[in-house]
Design a binder for this molecule. Structure first.
Ligand code: PGA
Length: 254
């Protein structure tokens, strides 16, 4: 597995279609020159996938999706399957983001089904795991993260690329990232859990661990220095062209 830094822009539900198209065009101009050294994935809304995909196509920037449904061709109103995303040129898909778990009641079982469906269609799932502030304060963060991870990876063979994103909920969108030393311990545990489940060979080949939660150009370097962390899932900072460009540029240098 190519372990060059992986930076994922998650625009969430922040932009209208014309704004997504406008920002994608600017990304294509500004970020292309860094894309050789850093893998940059852009995740617009489902609505923006086709147009943003067209803009990214001539560049090295990669199209990602923010969510997907599991299965194919079944009666799920509003659903978009892995096969549909692949057809649209999507290569990565975020699954199990805490905003969906919290606001839409997504369960570990659903996240697992999505991860299985993604891998069986050649889509790389970005599996999000992370504890809430309450869980952290109650000393349960490790138990929570590991149980989410094991549930998400149930029946996964490990023979396809997978990204695990450690995202403490209290650090998302707050401007207060986790301390790198704290992230270091958690990603070590995540790595250990992978070792319990898969051969080292498969882990080296197919698994990457990233961090998410209030990443910006000033702190990304600290996270990338950590053993096992090879990238970041970026929300707020990915909406600002100058800031995100700086972030990707710093990543390249780290
Ligand atoms: P943030 O979002 O960068 O705004 O904290 C990160 C995420 O949702 O993964």
């Amino acid at each position: 597995m190519d372990k060059k830094p992986l930076i994922i822009a998650n625009w969430k539900m922040n932009l209208l279609l014309n704004e997504e198209v406008g920002l994608a065009k600017q990304f294509a101009v500004k970020l292309e020159r860094f894309a050789e050294k850093t893998e940059v994935v852009v995740c617009p809304t489902h609505l923006g996938l086709i147009e943003v995909g067209e803009i990214l196509k001539p560049t090295k920037l990669i199209l990602g999706a923010q969510d997907m449904a599991w299965g194919e061709n079944w009666a799920l109103t509003g659903g978009v399957s892995a096969g549909m995303l692949r057809e649209a040129g999507v290569r990565y898909c975020i699954v199990g983001h805490s905003e969906r778990r919290r606001n839409l009641g997504e369960t570990d079982d659903m996240v697992n089904k999505k991860a299985l469906s993604a891998t069986s269609h050649g889509l790389t799932p970005i599996i999000c795991v992370g504890e809430s502030l309450d869980e952290r304060q109650a000393g349960k963060k490790e138990v929570k993260v590991i149980s989410q991870l094991k549930a998400a990876l149930k029946n996964i063979k490990g023979d396809q690329p997978i990204v695990v994103s450690y995202e403490p909920i209290w650090a998302i969108g707050t401007g207060i990232p986790a301390e790198p030393s704290e992230v270091a311990l958690m990603v070590e545990l995540i790595h250990q859990t992978l070792v319990d489940l898969f051969s080292l060979d498969l882990i080296m080949k197919n698994f990457r661990i990233i961090y998410g939660g209030s990443i910006d150009s000033g702190n990304i370097g600290d996270f990338l220095k950590l053993r096992y962390v090879v990238g970041g899932l970026v929300g707020t900072a990915s909406l600002n062209l100058e800031e995100f460009t700086k972030l990707v540029q710093v990543t390249k240098l780290s």
